[in-house]
Design a protein around this ligand. Structure first.
Ligand SMILES: *[C@@H]1O[C@H](CO)[C@@H](O)[C@H](O)[C@H]1NC(C)=O
Ligand SMILES: *[C@@H]1O[C@H](CO)[C@@H](O)[C@H](O)[C@H]1NC(C)=O
Length: 334
């Protein structure tokens, strides 16, 4: 009898394990189909193991955390190294920042919320791919937006030109958006995307600058860091007056699988403001209608539209989460 029980238990255990394996396999297959993932057969097992690990992380997080949600996206089957390859902020040191302080901002009444996402001057969310060129994407957003505000016509500008030509920055090895504006100002402008489309992440283009002044579609006049910082109110005022504000942040493991809600991570409250590794763009702010109400920033990323909420995220505002309130900068166009 005892023996029989043991056998029954064993059979049940095997059946459960097999069901778990089957479920993992089905999830893996549907993930690959949904995100158009194709792997060489020698990579398949490793990719699947990454995916299953992240799947467990997502399920656990969504059970425990009600403020923000995780989900599958392009990162689910990537290695840690590959994910790091999609960062790329190398911000300038603090003392150099004081060489380029912003104008003191005129204090105006702030609206309850700002959201530039659906503005006709905002281009669709882009994808930097496996290249540390976030700085280039962050530099381009306010140039597109502010140029369109002046001319009335939406314009897509060339991140690739900055990756290939900008000698103040480091192509796919990282950079700083204010250095990019400095470069553009000296060069006489930035080209239109259609004349110099993005290929980094798939092709090495280092040292292949193909600048052509006839395709320039935007020019930099002035730029600077928001001052004083970190100060959420000051950043909100610059956002209201100058449009989208690039900033830099620390990316923790939890951010890669972000899907929706107001992101926060107690490990991302960091005393050292120089702890940042990714450039993004603040494009709005608001406050949730939950109790308690949570103030947030609306942040645009350059990880495509399958990451986060159609490429955007909300992150807790007023606490310098991930140092995002220490690095806001603004630019004006000619
Ligand atoms: C940039 O140009 C390329 C090539 O013409 C095009 O495929 C891509 O969609 C453009 N991107 C934007 C944001 O307009
Ligand atoms: C932030 O700036 C505002 C407006 O200039 C000021 O009133 C406030 O005291 C500042 N807050 C901090 C924490 O420095």
């Amino acid at each position: 009898m005892k023996f029989l029980c043991a056998i029954v238990l064993l059979v049940v255990a095997i059946a459960f394990a097999a069901a778990g394996d089957l479920e993992d396999e089905l999830n893996w297959q549907s993930y690959k189909a949904k995100f158009h993932k194709r792997h060489r057969s020698k990579d398949e097992a490793r990719r699947k193991a990454n995916f299953i690990k992240r799947q467990k992380q997502i399920e656990k997080h969504n059970k425990e955390n009600k403020e923000w949600e995780m989900g599958n996206n392009l990162f689910s089957d990537m290695t840690d190294e590959e994910r790091k390859g999609m960062l790329g902020a190398k911000p300038v040191p603090r003392k150099e920042r004081f060489l380029n302080p912003g104008y003191p901002i005129e204090e105006r009444a702030l609206p309850i919320s700002i959201d530039y996402r659906s503005d006709k001057c905002m281009q669709p969310v882009k994808q930097q791919a496996e290249c540390g060129s976030c700085w280039s994407f962050a530099a381009v957003v306010p140039l597109e937006f502010n140029t369109c505000k002046k001319t009335g016509t939406p314009v897509a500008l060339s991140e690739q030109m900055l990756v290939d030509c900008d000698t103040y920055n480091y192509a796919c090895e990282g950079g700083d958006y204010t250095n990019a504006w400095k470069f553009i100002k000296e060069k006489g402008g930035i080209m239109i995307n259609s004349s110099y489309p993005y290929v980094s992440g798939t092709t090495l283009t280092r040292g292949t600058c193909k600048f052509s002044s006839t395709s320039v579609a935007a020019r930099v006049s002035t730029y600077g860091w928001t001052m004083p910082y970190p100060n959420a109110t000051v950043s909100m005022q610059y956002l209201q007056s100058y449009g989208p504000l690039p900033s830099a942040m620390k990316v923790l493991d939890s951010l890669y699988q972000y899907k929706n809600g107001v992101y926060s991570d107690s490990a991302c409250i960091i005393a050292d403001e120089n702890q940042v590794d990714h450039a993004v763009v603040i494009v709005g702010y608001g406050t949730t209608t939950t109790t308690p109400a949570i103030p947030y920033w609306i942040v645009r990323n350059s990880w495509g539209t399958t990451w986060g909420n159609l490429g955007y995220m909300a992150i807790k505002r007023g606490v310098n989460m991930c140092n995002i309130e220490s690095w806001t900068a603004y630019v004006e166009v000619v």
